[in-house]
Every structure is written in C-alpha cells, then in structure tokens.
Design a binder for this molecule. Sequence first.
Ligand SMILES: C[S@@+](CC[C@H](N)C(=O)[O-])C[C@H]1O[C@@H](n2cnc3c(N)ncnc32)[C@H](O)[C@@H]1O
Ligand SMILES: [Zn+2]
Length: 332
Amino acid sequence: MQREALDLLNCPSCQGPLRIHEIVEEERSTGNFVEGQLECITCAKRYPVLRSVPRFVPAENYASSFGFQWQRFDRIQIDKVMGNNFSRDRFVAGTQWPARLEGERILEAGSGAGRFTQLALETGAVVYSFDLSEAVEANYRNHGSEANLHLFQASIYEIPLRRESFDKVFCFGVLQHCPDVKRAFMGLVPYLRPGGEIVVDVYQMHTGIPPLKYWARPFVSRLKTETLCKMLSWTIPPAFELKKALHRVPRIGPALGKLIPIGPISHAPRLNYTDDELKQVKILSALDMLSPKYDQPQRIEAVRQWFEEAGLVEIQIWLGYNGVNARGRRPA
Ligand SMILES: C[S@@+](CC[C@H](N)C(=O)[O-])C[C@H]1O[C@@H](n2cnc3c(N)ncnc32)[C@H](O)[C@@H]1O
Ligand SMILES: [Zn+2]
C-alpha cells in the first residue's frame, strides 16, 4: 500500500479520515506499507493492511467463490500475459474512453484478478480498485508493482473513499453478483466528481426459457467451490476432446457436438489460445456461471431507471459483450 492512498481512503463506517496506527512491515526500497493497521481518526475503528492490501471487509464473505476462482485462474484473461485483446475489446466497447487519461482518477469496482485494472492503468490515469473477495490477492500479484494503482479489499456497499473524487467509475461483471443490485449501482454514484462519468455492465434478464446454468445452479450451489472446480477440471477437458473429434465426423458430427454444452471448440483465431488454454478458459467460465452465490440479471428498462433516479445525464444504454451496458454523467 502506498501512503498516498491515505489522501482518499476513508473509514467505511463513518467516512472519517484514516491514519497509520501501526507498521509491522514496510518495503525497504519504496517505503510502501506491507503489514500493519490503519485507524479512523474520527471513530477509532481499525483496519488491517495484509500483504500490502488494506482490508475493510472480513476475509470470508458471500463472494468467497470469486476469491477462489480468481486466485486459481489469475492470468488466463490478463491480456498482457496472454498476448491478446480478449479483455481489451470489452473494455474499449464498454467504456468508449480515450486511450490516454493522464491526470484523471479512475475507480474500478469489483476487479477480480485485474484484467480491466491493467487496461485502466494503461490510460495513464491513477486507478483505485477494489474487490470484496480475496481476488485482490490475484490482482496484487498481477499489478501490485504499478505506481498508479491503489488496491484495497472492500464492498461496493461501503466504499472506503472520499466522495466526489473520481473522473471515471467503472464496474464490469459485478452488479449481478451483488445481493441488492440496484443499491450496489447507486452506491457508486457519489464517488463521481461533478461532470464525472460512470460506465457499468450487467447481465440482461431474458424472457422465455432460462439458460442452462440456471437449471444447474440449484444442484451445484451446495458444493464447495473447490469441489466444483475439480469436477469441472475432470469433465471439461475430455468433453472438449470429444466435441473436437465429433466435429471431424461429416454431416452429423457438428450437430451432435452441439449437445455438449461447453461452447465452441475454437476461439477467434486472433486470440491465439492453445487448446490447453481454451480448456482453462472453459473451466473458468463454467465455474463463473455455476458458483456465485448471487446471479441476478436485470431488465434494460430497470438499468435506465437507476441512471435516471441517480440524476445522471447523457445516459446511453445498449446491449454489449456481457448483457446490458450503460453509461451516464453526473451533471457538472
Ligand atoms: C465475475 S467477477 C468479475 C471480475 C472482473 N470485473 C472481471 O470482469 O474480470 C465479479 C467480481 O465482483 C466481486 N464482487 C461481488 N460483490 C461485490 C461487492 N459487494 N463489492 C465489491 N466486489 C464485489 C466478486 O468478488 C468478483 O471478483
Ligand atoms: Zn470511522
């Protein structure tokens, strides 16, 4: 943790400013804070700093499945590691931000392993990023050495930051996994400075027959995430090979292959995934579909209403990579 983070970090309980209460370990070369405690100047509540990340929530919480998921699959969706644009395409389409944002401050809510953190950092902006789960460990491994990043473990419902401090706020792939989706969105808006811009995406609620995952979730929800991950790791690679073999069978092969519900066996060639990497992506996607405690898709009209109720202007709503995309601006 860099000490400058204290300029914006606040007590999530009373919004009071924080100070360093105790330093157990700091980095020799940078003076960054590795382990110790922060204290609220107003209400005296204390918050630990562990492994260089300030923690404002208990380690175990409803998002623990994501903590496991992103620590296990910490690199497979990070563009700079995989040498592709898998996450960039969604970031660019979702934010529509200019490539350079030096001098601006961005807030990212629900970072996971940090695939979008990387892209926000590449703009040259200062990035504050948090996640409720221990996914912050994975993000710290991926981006902890970036001077422009301030990472912390916190909840969207109690963001430990000074309000009206951010030029841009983004939240991708998170809202549907919160117990109260609208409240989670509304919780982000106060952190925009006047004139600042918020962009989010959220799963779209479909009418008609629910997708397969919603049928499977009641059966698998009682499993530990680790157990479910093992089951998927045993079954998906052979299913992938079978589907691939079926595709070589003339005429009926591809139709039979469609009965194996693991998505396509080839990815866009420009993503350069090997078969082994593609199998990992599929295990991750299945885990992401089946293990979260909450999965609450939203209607497009509901998202528009939240934006209007929040007093945002220049609202745009469209269907994109992950369902409903939306953007809006706080009046200047
Ligand atoms: C599907 S993952 C998406 C992660 C990342 N944005 C991405 O797209 O790769 C959803 C993330 O939301 C986080 N999350 C869920 N509820 C949250 C909350 N109340 N506050 C902050 N993060 C939360 C989870 O821990 C998880 O890492
Ligand atoms: Zn306080």
